[in-house]
Design a protein around this ligand. Structure first.
Ligand code: SER
Length: 949
């Protein structure tokens, strides 16, 4: 049977049992907990959880599902290429019952298909059943029902159920999609593939090979009996109905049927998923492109290939596997990128491209495999044909960008290994044993980081290259550098730079019409897919069309967002930027939809967001005017940010603004806003306005021949290319959030206005609550906070009054704390004074030195100091005091007279600290330490004594 026939025969079989045949769902999962669709049952989760009714009658379905297991709970990436049956992407054939049939039919039909229809030899079949390990807290009970059903079938076939049924605990026989979700005990079918003819002895060995990671006995089908919903708290709650969820490894079944020539020859069988017609078309193409042969050799366990041919075969398997994953994901709209699942794809692609070097590919090759794949899988997954051009384009561009740095990265890697024996700290792989072929060494974290940061090598690629040479990578060091870098880049402001170069002949010069219009019909658009030069970028397209209502980021005002609408579909515009050559770049990540763009299309700006931006922009101009009123006309703008969330205005001013000045500015702005003045703008020849002192402009700045003058109520006139409200009343209430210095002589004000205030306050009120809660718990006081109001001005005053209530409460608590700690100290001091004479009386003498050793039990840590102070008044000798508080040990040693010994307090603590699981030290006369094991205090004190002996 061909693979297509096997797939069809599975579906036909279940169709004959009343199942609806449904299409595979997308690789992009609905469940937020999954990176990729990883099992056939994913698309049915809402039915299992009773969230939607089952749409099939009878309540049964079957399909073949694309699955990716490369990240998350199920991850096979590391094994791909090294054996015959691991993949990142595979097809899972499955049949489901939604509260309809249960174990009996699931098991009987599995037997019927495998044994009666496909004719697998029954003596090579093993079934596993769930047997919980209660000592490990496994859920549910032994699956006696499944056992009995399988036993009946094996007995009928003349086989011993005791041999052919194998028990497994939660690890092997309890299936979970992720940490949470529908789950239940399962029963699997494993096939013994050993070349020998079957004898009872060998059968026992076959059973022994089940679930032991032995490629000669592999699982082909998992029958899950879904009965529970796993909660995030570790609970397993019974579901209202019982369901069946089965999953069969399609490529594995093909490998057995085809590899044994339909079970006629196990002796000379070549059983490998890669030796089936699922993969052979890809290998033929790879052979054609590389001039090398695929010969199915496998590396020894633990090796990545010892001979040249083994390395070639590993590389071919990896590449063939990875092209399937990349192509089907991109066809489903998941693109390589820098976060989450998108980064998983980028990593897989980069691994494939690196393996290409093993086949001596020095040119782009990976994208060339899309075509044969589309030919063989297109009939099953039509999206592969529909989106083929995009898939090729995306893979090609990703491949191109990585290829640029790959060789340099490989050189750096090889160099770093050569310098293993040198002392160069930057490029040292440490702890390598002697010999030219280093074994067991560690690639320094700096190298792995440099490969990642400069050359785009994902960590797992570096690890893989290291493994190939018997080395490992200092992952901890790598992670540390990653964290540091993340912090650095968070601190630095990120800016998106998109240039249109001479090569972008297609970018259209764009007329911006968005001062007045927020929606425009367009007839022509061009776009270019842009691949990030850095790891920061994801795959995007920059789109140009004209005219455009989208404002491109400039002069502090952020770029617009919105969408293109056509044919009931949308391409979302995530940002808009100036792109040179008079073009505006509209940035989108909806590349798959973009390929379908048809006209007429409508370009629509996100109106609500734009209104907030315009309010902030006009508010910036009015505030600029007010600042000059209050501080004088020396105030000059140095920079600004105008967004939907707030505004920021940097200006020259030598000292911090006083509270009254800030209040005055706020007041002036609000007065002007409430006058409801008109805002007007007009284009004027620059020559006409350049000497007009009533118009604020930046001397030294270059303006074009024509400039825009924005006039707010006649009192504020500025040259400005941004967009504004039509009337000042649309600015709404204006509030200053903060004022501070950003450089010598440059101040920054952050402010907010209109409806953004309520948005801002939503979080601010929550923060106040969060701040208040522990204060109330601590003080036992009661205080209710005010909440927001639909009127932003009222909300703001509530916010301010909350602020002052919280800060009053804080200072009250501080005062009370101070008083309490004073009382406590006095109390402890009293105790020390009272107890010291008894300790002195109990003192022993060691080698002529008086010695106090006291285990004070549960004490306040501050007590030791006070006790020492008290002893110092009258005691001459050595005192070692210890006590504990909530499991933490405190130690103190004091030497007021050494007598004839060489007692040294610092030394004593250093020696006894480790006994209580800690450390400490100090001066010869006074030292302190701590630890974590109070049960060892007496032992520590005994040791202190022995030090004086
Ligand atoms: N959900 C089970 C699995 O993935 C059976 O379909 O193995």
């Amino acid at each position: 049977m061909t693979s297509a026939e096997i797939r069809q025969s599975y579906l036909d079989f279940f169709k004959s049992k009343g199942h609806s045949i449904v299409p595979s769902s997308s690789l992009l999962p609905e469940s937020p907990g999954l990176l990729f669709t990883n099992a056939g049952m994913n698309q049915f989760v809402p039915i299992f959880l009773n969230e939607i009714p089952c749409p099939y009658k009878p309540a049964r379905a079957a399909d073949t599902q694309k699955c990716i297991r490369a990240g998350g709970k199920h991850n096979d990436l590391e094994d791909v290429g090294l054996d015959t049956y691991h993949h990142t992407l595979f097809e899972m054939l499955g049949n489901w019952s939604f509260g309809d049939y249960f174990k009996k039919e699931a098991i009987d039909w599995a037997w019927e298909l495998v044994i009666d229809t496909w004719k697998f030899p029954a003596n090579r079949v093993y079934a596993t059943v769930y047997n919980p390990d209660k000592t490990k807290g496994d859920p549910a009970d032994f699956d006696q029902e499944a056992y009995d059903m399988w036993a009946k079938l094996f007995i009928k076939a003349g086989l011993d159920p005791k041999i052919h049924i194998v028990n497994g605990n939660k690890k092997d026989n309890f299936w979970m999609m992720g940490e949470t979700g529908p789950c239940g005990p399962c029963s699997e079918i494993h096939i013994d593939l050993t070349p020998e003819d079957r004898t009872p002895e060998l059968e026992k060995r076959g059973a022994g090979m089940v679930n032991s990671s032995d490629a000669r006995c592999i699982e082909i089908w998992n029958l899950v009996f879904i009965q529970f919903n796993a909660g995030a708290d570790g609970s397993f709650k019974p579901l209202p109905a019982k369901h069946v969820d089965t999953g069969m490894g399609f490529e594995r079944v093909c490998s057995i049927i085809q590899g044994t020539k339909h079970f006629t020859d196990f002796k000379n069988a070549k059983i490998s998923n890669y030796d089936t017609d699922v993969f052979s078309p890809i290998f033929r193409e790879l052979e054609k492109l590389s001039g090398k042969k695929y010969t199915s050799t496998l590396p020894k366990a633990g090796s990545s290939g010892d001979t040249e041919q083994e390395k070639i075969d590993v590389a071919m398997r990896v590449i063939a596997d990875h092209i399937r994953t990349l192509s089907l994901s991109i066809a489903d709209g998941i693109l390589p990128g820098n976060e989450g699942r998108n980064y998983v794809l980028r990593r897989i692609l980069r691994r494939a491209v690196r393996y290409g070097r093993q086949l001596d590919f020095n040119e782009l090759f990976f994208y060339k495999l899309v075509d044969v794949l589309a030919q063989s899988l297109g009939p099953v997954f039509p999206e592969l044909i529909k989106n083929k051009a995009t898939v090729e384009k995306v893979i090609r561009a990703e491949e191109e960008s990585f290829s640029k740095t790959l060789d340099n990265g490989i050189s750096l890697f090889n160099e770093s290994i050569k310098t293993i024996h040198s002392n160069d700290t930057m490029l040292t792989a440490l702890e390598v044993s002697e010999g030219s072929e280093p074994k067991g060494g560690i690639i320094a974290g700096q190298i792995a980081f440099k490969l990642y940061d400069t050359y785009g090598f994902p960590l797992d690629l570096t690890e893989l290259m290291a493994r190939e040479r018997g080395l490992s990578v200092d992952v901890e060091g790598f992670n540390r550098l990653m964290t540091e870098q993340k912090e650095r880049s968070k601190a630095a402001q990120k800016k998106e730079i998109i240039e249109v170069t001479e090569n972008d002949a297609d970018a259209l010069p764009t007329t911006f019409v968005g001062f007045d219009r927020k929606e425009v019909n367009i007839e022509l658009a061009t776009y270019k897919i842009v691949f990030g030069k850095t790891e920061e970028d994801t795959v995007k397209a920059r789109l140009s069309f004209t005219p455009s209502p989208f404002y491109a980021e400039m002069g502090g005002q952020v770029g617009d967002t919105g969408w293109l609408e056509f044919d009931g579909k949308r391409v979302h515009i995530l940002n808009t930027l100036k792109a040179g050559h008079g073009s505006i770049a509209h940035i989108t990540e909806d590349i798959v939809e973009l390929e379908e763009l048809s006209f007429p299309a409508k370009a629509v700006v996100d109106l609500e967001r734009r209104a907030l931006i315009e309010a902030h922009h006009s508010a910036t101009h009015i505030m600029h005017w007010a600042l000059r009123e209050v501080l004088g006309s020396t105030v000059g703008q140095k920079g600004s940010y105008v967004g939907p969330d707030r505004l920021r205005f940097d200006f020259s001013h030598l000292e911090a603004m006083k509270q009254e000045e800030l209040r005055k500015v706020e007041e002036l702005v609000n007065e002007r806003v409430s006058e409801a003045s008109k805002v007007q703008w007009a284009e004027r020849p620059y020559a006409e306005v350049k000497n007009d002192s009533s118009i604020i402009q930046f001397f030294g700045d270059k303006y074009g021949d024509v400039v825009r003058v924005v006039d707010i109520g006649g009192f504020s006139k500025e040259l400005c290319g941004g967009t504004h409200v039509r009337n000042t009343k649309d600015v709404g209430v204006f509030r200053i959030l903060s004022e501070g210095a950003i450089a010598a002589g440059v101040r920054r004000i952050e402010a907010i206005c209109g409806p953004s205030i309520n948005l801002y306050l939503e979080t601010a009120f929550l923060k106040q609550e969060e701040e208040l809660l522990p204060l109330l718990q601590k003080s036992g006081k009661k205080l209710g906070l005010k909440t927001g109001d639909s009127d932003p001005a009222v909300s703001w005053s509530h916010y301010l009054s909350n602020q002052s209530a919280v800060s009053t409460l804080k200072s009250e608590i501080l005062e009370e704390d101070k008083a309490a700690s004073k009382n406590k100290s006095a109390e402890l001091q009293k105790q020390a004074t009272a107890q010291a004479p008894a300790w002195i009386a109990k003192a022993t003498e060691v080698n002529g030195t008086k010695l106090i050793l006291e285990n004070l039990g549960e004490i306040d840590p501050a007590f030791l100091q006070l006790a020492a102070g008290e002893l110092k008044k009258s005691f001459k000798g050595v005192a070692v005091l210890a006590g504990s508080n909530d499991g933490k040990v405190s130690l103190l040693a004091m030497v007021t007279s050494t007598g004839t010994s060489k007692a040294n307090a610092g030394q004593i603590i250093k020696e006894i600290g480790p006994i209580v699981g800690g450390k400490g030290g100090g001066k010869p006369d006074l030292a302190q330490g701590g630890g974590t094991d109070p049960t060892k205090i007496d032992e520590a004190l005994a040791k202190a004594k022995s030090l004086l002996e």
